[in-house]
Design a protein around this ligand. Structure first.
Ligand code: FRU
Length: 499
């Protein structure tokens, strides 16, 4: 492409970005209803948000991008929204980074756009790698680059698409490239599906422009969905273990999985030994990770799910990220997800409840805290509770007791449940996961409540449950409860949170 043509293409992209930013600013002025606006989670100023894209620690700042439609609070031709942070807690919105402007990422029908992807630091150049999606009778998906030296304005590469075809015909989806560097070489996993099996394909490159197909990194065993969206493959822990995170399509209630195993960079093959669900809530999808300056592996996910009622849409916005979570591998090889330590700066006014017995079939109200932005750490002792007891917490309780969201643990069944049947508007349903007590017999429930969300980290992140909830603004109470038997509470810490 001649330099003149490249300039013209860039000009056109800038016009599209400008138009999108103007529409976003207007929409943001109108989106004033804040009943469901989150207090300390990242969400769009207005319009639609889905997958986290291009998570990167670059020039000592965290940059995140996201699937974004700034014109309306519904999914449409995808742009990349952009925000940055110094501490993973306070976020600054930046201008939209990518808008559809080329024939490989634009089209006539609504499904086109700059679809999901990742970001890398290419010798100081912030480089986005994304899927150009064009609808037609057969959708076309190709892998593309866009670069920036100032971290704000992005230029699509004249070499796009850098991968123009899936390695074989007859596949179902070819998208969501996640790129990383290893021993001076670039590697990419791309989501793919064929013959009813989800797969992650592996590529390699020395310059990000020319890519060589290495093979199938991993594929479904027949029970893990038919297309693997948003794969992310990375080393974790002190050994040579790798983790592959996927969002499989058509896998029933399981929306995200993690696979642990070994990666062979020569063959591109990832041999996995374990495959487990990543989060047990309803609203957790398409997560992506980054490595920060301290070498921590940090994950953020989309805190929604396709097909759900999305009550905030009528308020002119839709979508949020989960809290940033630090990933570690436990000795038994399973993954732990913990809220990052930085979130402690949000804590205001601690309330502490000391060890006590909660009598069978009773509730204890916490009169001193009334809030919709909270962190709670409740430790229950299962050994000193009756075996038939179900204990837990009610949050976002209305004064008349009719509305609440229940977090309950059954000692006998070793089952943890989040029940949002009485939460308010939006989807109901019970999230459920098996959790054994820790070695000391305790169950630790670490909760983050925000205006329309509830994230639960059980036993230091052994299992997590992420849900959106839509209570009335005046449902602010907190209660402890025990049913069917006596419960022993070791301690409860509660903090109100604010930015
Ligand atoms: C996952 C996903 C990706 C795709 C993007 C489109 O939620 O379907 O596979 O790139 O969203 O917005």
């Amino acid at each position: 492409m001649s330099q003149r043509v490249e300039m013209e293409r860039h000009q056109l992209h800038m016009e599209r970005v400008e138009q999108a930013n103007q529409a976003l600013n207007k929409a943001a002025e109108l989106a004033t209803e804040d009943r469901f606006r989150l207090g300390y989670h990242l969400m769009p100023q207005a319009g639609w948000m889905n997958d986290p894209n291009g998570l990167i620690y670059w020039n000592e700042e965290f940059h995140v991008f996201y699937q974004h439609y700034p014109y309306e609070p519904k999914w449409g031709p995808m742009h990349w929204g952009h925000a940055k942070s110094k501490d993973l807690v306070h976020w600054e919105h930046l201008p939209i980074a990518l808008a559809p402007s080329e024939d490989y990422d634009s089209g006539e029908t609504g499904g086109y756009g700059c679809w999901s992807g990742s970001a890398v630091d290419d010798n100081g150049v912030l480089t986005l790698v994304y899927t150009g999606h064009v609808d037609g009778r057969t959708p076309v998906e190709v892998q593309c680059l866009a670069t920036s030296t100032d971290g704000v304005t992005f230029t699509k590469s004249g070499a796009n698409p850098v991968i123009g075809d899936a390695p074989e015909e007859g596949g179902f989806g070819f998208r969501d490239p996640k790129v990383w560097q290893h021993d001076g070489q670039w590697y990419m996993v791309v989501g793919y599906g064929k013959d009813g099996l989800g797969k992650a394909l592996m590529y390699t490159s020395s310059d990000l422009l020319t890519w060589r197909y290495l093979g199938i990194a991993a594929e479904s065993n027949g029970m893990m969905g038919d297309m693997w969206e948003c794969p992310d493959l990375f080393p974790l822990g002190d050994g040579d273990d790798y983790v592959l995170i996927i969002s499989p399509m058509n896998m029933g209630a399981t929306k995200t999985m993690y696979l642990t195993g070994k990666l062979n960079y020569e063959t591109g093959k990832f041999d996995y030994r374990d495959a487990e669900r990543l989060d047990y809530g309803f609203d957790f999808y398409a997560p992506q990770t980054l490595v920060d300056g301290q070498g921590r592996r940090i994950l953020m996910g989309w805190m929604n799910i396709w097909g759900a009622q999305m009550p905030e849409q009528v308020d002119g916005w839709m979508g949020a990220f989960t809290l940033p979570r630090e990933l570690t591998l436990a000795e038994d090889g399973t993954l732990r997800m913990q809220p990052v330590a930085e979130l402690a700066v949000l804590r205001k006014g601690r309330v502490f409840v000391d060890r006590q017995v909660i009598p069978a079939d009773s509730t204890v109200s916490l009169e001193t805290v009334q809030s919709d932005q909270l962190e709670l750490i409740a430790v229950f002792n299962t050994k000193e509770s009756d075996v038939e007891t179900v204990f837990g917490l009610l949050v976002r309780c209305s004064e008349d007791g009719s509305a609440y969201t229940e977090v309950a643990y059954s000692v006998a069944e070793q089952t943890l449940r989040v029940d949002r049947t009485h939460a308010g508007s939006g989807e109901a349903g019970v999230s459920e996961v098996q959790v054994e007590p820790m070695e000391d017999g305790n169950i630790k429930l670490h909760l983050f409540v925000d205006r329309s969300s509830l994230e639960l980290f059980a036993n230091n992140g052994v299992k997590t449950i992420t849900n959106r909830i839509y209570p009335n603004g005046d449902s602010l109470g907190i209660k402890l409860f025990a049913r069917h038997g006596e419960a022993c509470l070791e301690s409860l810490d509660v903090w109100e949170l604010s930015l």
